[in-house]
Write a new protein. Structure first.
Length: 70
């Protein structure tokens, strides 16, 4: 099993997961930190579990905090 370590590829999946879950994003940003696991799980599901977990967590934290067009 090859792991996905391409930052651009992981970011693209994160962006699509965030875009598909606007309510969860709003809830996360209003203080429901436990939704981080939801988003991480959705990204892992979308990549077949191949996204590098360390990169995923770092990129996801930045995106959920408002990095990008949010």
């Amino acid at each position: 099993m090859r792991q996905i370590t391409d930052t651009g590829a992981i970011e693209a999946v994160i962006d699509s997961v965030i875009a598909a879950n606007p309510k969860q994003l709003a809830d996360y940003r209003s203080g429901k930190d436990n939704l981080f696991r939801f988003f991480a799980g959705q990204v892992m599901k979308a990549t077949g579990g191949k996204a590098n977990p360390t990169q995923l967590n770092e990129l996801l934290k930045a995106k959920l905090a408002g990095g990008g067009s949010g």
